[in-house]
Design a protein around this ligand. Structure first.
Ligand code: ATP
Ligand code: MG
Length: 593
């Protein structure tokens, strides 16, 4: 056999490589699954699991999902899809304090929006960790019974001091050698509400001298009188995350438990705990294994739930779905698409080393996807009137109107062309006219010629101004033989090509021009308050003149506004026949220096 390593194919990553190896070794070939989460006895009543692997996405319902979570969603659900497996959506709701139904709903919506679900052929894989409180409690008693846990009554300060440091071993608690019967009685008292919050904890009994501080008798249950959104006041003790999470994985028969790097030091406890519970017969082999990958860090945004909550609660933004926020609800309103996120996660890959990803990479991905997917439309964002003085009037004195044909998508001729009306009075962009042109300006200027896109070549004859010298109307004359798409139309060569909308056929609409919420790549870096880095010009609301067909845009429909960028009909503020548009991303990156 060759000793050469098999190269990992493109689009692959170290986690895929692990799964491929596990499957080739039939590691899970006899794993049983009873159709629902449960202990060893329950799973033993089942059949060999049809899911080749099981992964899970385990958000805590204490906030909205953000772009970092999208990476985890594509990874976990994507792996399950690619390897004939199943990915569970599990609400990790074992912490009673900050969780709510609003968060549960928004998380479910975001997962579905990205194209994933939990209704599989034979079962529905949507779980709440709080439904396992009974089993977690039994697991804790089992640890006590096997001599692997004890109730500690040291104060929090004593516990911290006796934990030791990176260079110094910890000291055993004076309660560490209590009898099993004593511990069991105390723990039941904790459960029965006989002890005050914070007065004692249940700790795993491992090794106070371990070089890994997480193995120095970690706390696994605490007394906390708090109302839980699912279990109400049934419990006054709650499991610690590091105890609950491995058990949740095992009860759901997860094979590959994928988490972010900060949990690497917890892996020894993860394995220790599950081994002990398997020895006691509570959990079945094969046990889940934890694998860590680098979390997504993105410039120009904050991805910490605490900071996102602060931005929302202190009203620096309009809500969780503010289009400037990196929440998935915000990104969706901004016009970012699931396909764009997919491209992004593929492009950045999965690695074992923390790094920063440039926000412009995400924007490029959205541009790429929208360039392919979005139809083109014409929009005048900063309108000024252009009058074609020699354009014919009808006998009743009104301007004639004629059809011009604009392609819906230059890369997809099969999408055809649509009709836009040309009339004597048009809206054009203010910046497409200059009375005294700067060098290299090839658009409208007195005496100069441009093509009205999909229409005629016009020659500028001058402008009108108000008392302050601001240009109010631009005048021109058209060259009748130059209409786009007619024979000989290009006999007159011009350098400029500008877009326009007929005044009589325009839809006056509100458009929001969004920019980055933070002006610094690393908000709050050093000792700066991240709020001080907020970009005060991150949104501009403007009145625009759009081609009439945009009046019928449906909520969440995306378009390229020619020469401007990609825009989406806002999901929240649009009403039928009166959509408002959000700028998703410009055509080019304006932040690149
Ligand atoms: P916290 O634990 O502070 O509430 P969190 O961001 O870890 O916040 P969770 O709800 O625990 O939020 O996250 C659910 C899953 O998403 C976890 O498996 C976590 O590892 C993953 N995740 C969270 N943030 C990122 C990120 N920036 N990049 C990749 N994955 C992430
Ligand atoms: Mg977390």
């Amino acid at each position: 056999m060759s000793s050469e390593k098999t190269p990992i194919p493109a689009g692959s990553n170290f986690i895929r490589a692990i799964i491929e190896k596990d499957l080739s070794q039939n590691k899970y070939a006899t794993k049983k699954w009873a159709g629902s989460p449960g202990d060893a006895a329950h799973q033993d009543t089942g059949v060999v699991d049809v899911a080749k692997i099981r992964t899970r996405f385990p958000p805590e319902p204490n906030g909205y999902l953000h772009i970092g979570h999208a990476k985890s969603i594509f990874l976990n659900f994507g792996l399950a899809r690619d390897f004939d497996g199943i990915c569970h959506l599990r609400f990790d709701d074992t912490n009673p304090e900050k969780e709510s139904q609003e968060y549960v709903d928004s998380i479910s919506d975001a997962v579905k929006w990205l194209g994933f679900g939990w209704d599989n052929t034979s079962e529905t894989n949507l779980y709440f960790a709080s439904n396992y409180f009974d089993l977690m409690y039994r697991a804790a008693e089992s640890l006590i019974e096997t001599g692997h846990a004890y109730v500690d009554e040291q104060s929090a300060d004593e516990m911290r001091i006796n934990r030791g440091t990176l260079t110094e071993a910890g000291k055993d608690s004076p309660y560490r050698s209590r009898s099993v019967a004593d511990n069991l009685a105390r723990f039941r008292e904790m459960r029965d509400g006989k002890h005050a919050d914070g007065s004692m904890v249940l700790r795993a009994k491992i090794d106070m001298a371990s070089p890994n501080i997480n193995m120095r008798d970690p706390a696994i249950y605490r007394v906390r009188r708090a109302h839980h959104h699912n279990t109400g006041d049934q419990w006054c003790i709650y499991p610690m995350y590091t105890f609950a999470h491995p058990i949740e994985d095992a009860l759901e028969r997860i094979t590959h438990s994928i988490c972010t790097l900060e949990f690497e030091d917890q892996r020894p406890f993860y394995d220790w705990l599950l081994e002990r519970l398997a020895e006691a017969g509570l959990l079945a082999h094969p046990l889940p294994k934890q694998y860590e990958f680098a979390r997504l860090n993105l410039t120009y945004v904050v991805l910490s739930k605490r900071k996102l909550i602060q931005l929302v609660e202190e009203k620096h933004v309009s809500g969780w779905d503010d289009p400037r926020l990196p929440t998935l609800a915000g990104a969706r309103r901004r016009g970012y698409t699931p396909a764009g996120f997919k491209l992004f996660t593929d492009r950045i890959g999965v690695s074992k080393a923390d790094s920063w990803i440039e926000y412009s990479i995400l924007e490029d991905c959205m541009r790429e996807v929208l360039n392919t997917d979005a139809e083109r439309r014409i929009a005048v964002l900063d309108p000024i009137k252009l009058v074609i003085d020699n354009y014919p009037l009808d006998s009743d004195g009104k301007s004639q109107s004629e059809d011009c044909f604009a392609p819906n998508h230059p890369l997809k001729p099969e999408l055809g062309k649509r009709t836009v009306q040309l009339t004597k009075e048009l809206w054009i962009e203010r910046e497409d006219f200059m009375e005294t042109p700067s060098k290299g300006f090839f658009r409208l200027t007195p005496g100069g010629m441009v093509r009205l896109r999909y229409g005629y070549v016009v020659k500028c004859t001058g402008c009108e101004k108000d008392a302050d010298g601001n240009v109010t109307v631009v005048h021109c004359e058209y060259l009748p033989d130059t209409k786009s798409g007619t024979p000989g139309s290009d006999s007159v060569k011009v350098k400029g090509n500008i877009h326009w909308v007929s005044v009589a056929h325009a839809y006056e609409a509100e458009v929001r021009l969004y920019d980055r919420l933070f002006k610094e790549a690393h908000p709050g870096e050093g000792d700066r308050d991240f709020l001080a880095d907020i970009n005060q010009d991150s949104v501009k609301v403007i009145k625009t003149q759009l081609e009439l067909s945009l009046k019928d845009a449906k909520a969440e429909e995306s378009f390229q506004f020619e020469r401007h960028g990609y825009f989406v009909a806002d999901k929240k503020d649009s009403v039928a026949g009166k959509p408002v548009f959000n700028r998703t991303v410009t055509l080019r990156d304006a932040w690149q220096k």
